[in-house]
Every structure is written in structure tokens, then in C-alpha cells.
Write a protein that binds this ligand. Sequence first.
Ligand SMILES: Nc1nc2c(c(=O)[nH]1)N[C@H]1C(S)=C(S)[C@@H](COP(=O)(O)O)O[C@H]1N2
Ligand SMILES: [Mo]
Length: 423
Amino acid sequence: MIRKTHPELGDPAAGNGILSRRVFLEGTLVVGATGAGLSCGSAEPLAVQPWMKVPGPGFAGYGQPSPFESKVVKVFPPPPNPPGVGASRTPLHMLEGMITPSGLHFERSHSGVPEIDPDQHRLVIHGLVKRPLVFTVEALSRYPMQSRIAFIECGGNSLALNAPQAQPLNVAAIHGLLGCSEWTGVRLSTLLDEAGIEPEARWVIAEGADAAAMSRSIPLTKAMDDALLCLYQNGERVRPSNGYPVRLLLPGFEGNMNVKWLRRLKLTAGPAMTKDETSKYTILLKDEKAWQFVFPIEVKSVITRPSPGLALRGPGFYEISGLAWSGNGSIRQVDVSADGGRSWAPAALQGPILPKAPVRFRTAWQWNGGPAVLQSRATDDTGMVQPTRAQFAAERGFRGVYHYNAIASWRIDEMGEASNVYA
Ligand SMILES: Nc1nc2c(c(=O)[nH]1)N[C@H]1C(S)=C(S)[C@@H](COP(=O)(O)O)O[C@H]1N2
Ligand SMILES: [Mo]
């Protein structure tokens, strides 16, 4: 039963128990709003636990998570895949905030992780430039640097939702090819200015130093705009799996274009039509047409909690929380529904709200113990709104493989279990 000691906050903002976001914006009164205190037990003197009776162990050179958090790991299919080919996925449902810890940042590699000696590594800039340049990692580190928080999302993320029947998968399995770091490095424009761009140059071909020599064609406009040659990730050197010692960051562009282990940038008049942009990353539409060179990730969101595997423990107050992001700009609004999209209420957005970075959204929900279908719908500052599954299908069909960004649904059953459904 809901005891509304604070009528305004406790009043539903949308059907099936969605409460006003003021519960978060005003930062108080969860109990007043919902009548649901969540504390446990009595406030009698607490037991003195064994860890208070002797000093703990000493220091470590590199910190590790608590052993009690050993389930918070990336997920990936077991062999027989060729080693290193495929992806590991971020357990988004076990994380909070907007930053992905480096050790949990998803990894998509076409030919494993090369073990690169930074002293041996070279980056060359050539092609339609006045002065071809070769850099050591040490030389790159001496240029002025910049930091920015940006997501990387594989173009194939959420591909599982193209399946005709909803699969029994969780957040990581469906949406886990998404990560966000604070990246630090040298602006590509700084180095291209030094190399001197020839007037015919329109594209930059970026090549990695992995066995796949993965390569993509990048518009020169993007290279000169906000492209970053990243040396650091979340304050430390980029992890080997994410591109050590230097990776290209193209904020907002599909993951594949963010070439890891970067060794070569060639300026050209046209795109190179590399294997990686012709055999893959072309979006098949429902008719005979296809889209090639679809660079930015379209506006998207996912509810990370509640979600499959994180069962609700009885009726009462819950926070619905998730991430929203857009490769075209900043998130302006996220709406949340608990009745499968019949009614919506705006979620509280947690700052900082940065362009091409995920935003954490939060909605207060009073679960009545009955069935519910949770959805989130993001809008970005270009005005693009996340489509419903039906709208997405009407435009693209489900053969496209890449850039699936339709509204996703979690069904909550009477036991409080969540599952992937199409609604
Ligand atoms: N050299 C190289 N760069 C690469 C890849 C690769 O296999 N080789 N994979 C790409 C793909 S498909 C994606 S989605 C992103 C993933 O970045 P991450 O592994 O750091 O999460 O890197 C891209 N850059
Ligand atoms: Mo990817």
C-alpha cells in the first residue's frame, strides 16, 4: 500500500507506478514519496566482525576489485572461436554512473590483441600531405593533449534484437558492446596541420597494427573536427585490448572506425573501400537497398536496472536506471514507461550531460507486484527520437545487422524476474 505523505512526489507521473522525477531532482523524500523505507533490521549495537579484530593486509602495486565482486566480469562465448576473434561484452547491468572501468570496457577484435612494444611502434602520416611524418609513441606524448569522455559502441551492438523471436538474453548479451572512458591524447588535426594537407585530400585511411590490419576510411572533416589519437584511457595508458599504445577515437562514430593499435594514416581523395567497410558495416535495408558509410551512432537508450538476472524483491520502491547516448550530440530527454509504452514520464538526467557520451537516467517506480513492461526512449539535441521497434522495422527491416537502436523492453513478471520481450 502506498502511503502518500508527500502527495506531489508520490503522485504517479505515468501509468503502472512511475513517479515524478522530483524524487531525484529534489534528492529527498523517497520514503515520503512512496511510503517505503528500505532499511533492514534494528539499530541495536552492531556486531564486531572479524575484520575489525586484526589489521588487514598491506598495499598492492595495482588495485583489484573486492573478491566479493568476482561476478562483475565481461562475458564472451567459449572456444572453439579462433583465439581473439569476436567480442567480450561489458556487464552494463552491474555498473553505475557513466564511465566503464578500463578492465570491463568491451572488446571487439578482428584478429586478437597484438602485443605491441611501444618503443618499436611507429605511426606514419602520408599520402596527400606536403610532409609525410613518422612518430614514435614518445614523440606523440610530447604534443599538447586533451581529455574527453566519449562512448564507443560497436555498430553490431543489440544485433540480438533483430531476431524474429525475443531471445532469453540479459543486458550484457544484448547491449554489452558499449563502453565509455575518459580518453586523453593528441588531436589528429594538430598532426595533420603539421603534415600539411594537400587540397585534393578528402579522406583519411586509418590502419591498425593487428594481424587483421583493420582499416577504415574516415572523412577528413571528421579527422579535423574532434578526432583524438588516444594514449590514455581513464587516466592510465590505453589497455592493450582497447588499442595500446595508441588508438583513434572518433567521438560518436560506430565502434569499428575507432581503429586500435593505430599505425598508419593515409590521406586520399576518395574512400579506400577496405575489406572492413565493404564486407561488413554496410546496412542492408528491407528492400534491395543498402546504406554504406553510416558513421554516427543514432540516439539510443537501455534500462540497465531492473533487467534480466536482477530480480525485484517484492513490491515497493525501485529506481529504474539506465544509459542514454547519441553519436550526433547530447541527450536532451529520456522518457520511461512501465506499461509497455502506453504512458511515459521524463526521467531525471544525471550530469554532466556531454555530447557523444552516455548519460545516466533515473526514474522512481512504485512496483505494485503485477506484470509490467519497462521501456526507455531517448531524444537527442538534434531532435532525433529513439524509434519503436515497429517504426525501426518499417524503415529498415531486420536484415540490417548494424545500428539497431529501437526502444527495448524488459517484461517484469509477478515474481519480479525481468526478461527480454518485444512489445
Ligand atoms: N586495429 C583494429 N581496430 C579496431 C578493431 C580491430 O579488430 N582492429 N575492432 C573495431 C571494432 S569492430 C570496434 S567495435 C572497436 C571496439 O573497441 P574496443 O575493443 O576498445 O571496445 O574497435 C575497432 N577498432
Ligand atoms: Mo564493431
